[in-house]
Design a protein around this ligand. Structure first.
Ligand code: ADP
Ligand code: MG
Length: 379
């Protein structure tokens, strides 16, 4: 039986393909968890907007799974609050939270066939048998598993198992979907196709979704917003483009995208890096040391006479890495700093200068990102 509460029944009768009636916001407040003396979540505050696709991104061990399991109800935090809409759920059992969950290892029932796996959440909720059959079939169709209902789990490929897990997560029209690295076991091509499919599914269903990954490119591809975790804290939450363009600190700049870093000194508001005076839209300090973040696709190889109005550096080519669609040119600047820039492999840039060649590099002022060095932070 559904829990009696102050919410409307979600999308009743709409079938698995129906848009969720009312997407729920999630509000996490001061959530903390420690194992012994080791803090794993430290006063985490997180707001997931109704209908949003939010990704928790961070290195291994940063607390992503712990936070997701706390939201799902499989893990009891030491303190803090979790609300779905107006409702406090922190003490509510997982099956009463009306969450669709996809685990990293899929967690399918090996002794049940595909249809029974997908129908499981409906049987749990005592949905009538004919209704279960209809909704299971609709969910299987949605994930290109039509006709697979009678298959055993061990007769499926990794990609098909993953789809079964997804079908099972959405079949009862949950108001919130939680996914923990659901694509990490798939090969690259299938993973990239599934990223697009999951994104499209989300656009169709509009269900509030929290997605966990350690893959920054996956996070950039799929998310409305990304929350970046570092040692049990959310250090940044923003839209993909905002995070990429303005990482704000060294940890985020290193974790999202590729970058080269230059040491910067600022004296009376004048900024210098690798022997050149640098102009930037935002100068984080008037005095002291900082870091310049150089994205390889924003750096340009300048021809003679080019570079007016840009920040320019002299250097020598130290190597080139051909990557098919692009080429990564490695350059050592005058002060010895290594930087990389990405060139096209067709057209004007297709023949890169050879190792040892003297080159000039430029980056527009608009693309120039400076960070203040954090006190006691990474060198
Ligand atoms: P992530 O999913 O970001 O890789 P986790 O949330 O799984 O990180 O784990 C965060 C930290 O908590 C890790 O250092 C991990 O070793 C520790 N941890 C997780 N679960 C337990 C547990 N049951 N007992 C002790 N330590 C744990
Ligand atoms: Mg994890």
């Amino acid at each position: 039986m559904r829990q009696a509460d102050d919410h409307e029944e979600p999308g009743r009768g709409a079938g698995a393909a129906g848009r969720s009636a009312t997407a729920l916001p999630i509000a996490v407040r001061r959530l903390s968890k420690a194992y012994g003396a080791v803090p794993v979540l430290q006063d985490v505050d997180l707001d997931v907007r109704p209908g949003e696709f939010l990704t928790l991104l961070g290195p291994s061990g940063s607390g992503k799974t712990t936070l997701l399991m706390a939201i799902a109800g499989f893990l009891r935090p030491d303190r803090g609050s979790i609300r779905f809409g107006e409702r406090e759920v922190v003490r509510l059992a997982p099956h009463k939270r009306e969450i669709g969950m996809v685990f990293q290892n899929y967690a399918l029932f090996p002794h049940m066939d595909v249809a029974r796996n997908v129908g499981f959440p409906l049987r749990l909720r005592r949905v009538p048998v004919t209704e279960i059959a209809r909704r299971v079939e609709a969910a299987l169709e949605m994930f290109q598993l039509g006709g697979f209902g009678g298959r055993r789990i061990d007769q499926l490929s990794g990609g098909q198992r993953q789809r079964v897990a997804l079908a099972r997560a959405i079949v009862f029209e949950p108001r919130i979907i939680l996914m923990d690295e659901p694509l990490s076991a798939l090969d690259k091509q299938l993973r990239e196709r599934m990223q697009i499919e999951l994104r499209q599914l989300h656009e169709r269903l509009g269900t509030t979704t929290v997605y966990v990954t350690h893959d920054q490119r996956e996070a950039l591809t799929m998310s409305d917003r990304i929350a970046i975790l570092d040692r049990g804290r959310i250090v940044r939450i923003d839209a993909p483009r905002a995070i990429y363009d303005e990482p704000g600190n060294r940890f985020v700049a290193e974790f999202i995208g590729e970058s080269s870093f230059l040491d910067v000194t600022v004296t009376d508001g004048v900024c210098r890096a690798a022997g050149a005076v640098i102009l930037a839209p935002h100068l984080p300090i008037r005095q002291g040391r900082g870091t310049m973040v150089l994205r390889p696709e924003r750096l340009r190889l300048l021809a003679a006479g080019e570079g007016e109005g840009m920040n320019c550096f002299e250097g020598r080519v130290s190597g080139a890495i051909y990557q098919g669609d692009t080429l990564l040119l490695q350059v050592v600047l005058g002060d010895g700093s290594p930087v990389s820039l990405r060139l096209a492999t067709r057209g004007a840039e297709a023949a890169p200068p050879p190792a040892g060649a003297a080159v000039r590099l430029g980056i527009t002022v608009a693309d120039t990102v400076l960070l203040a060095d954090e006190a006691g932070g990474a060198a």
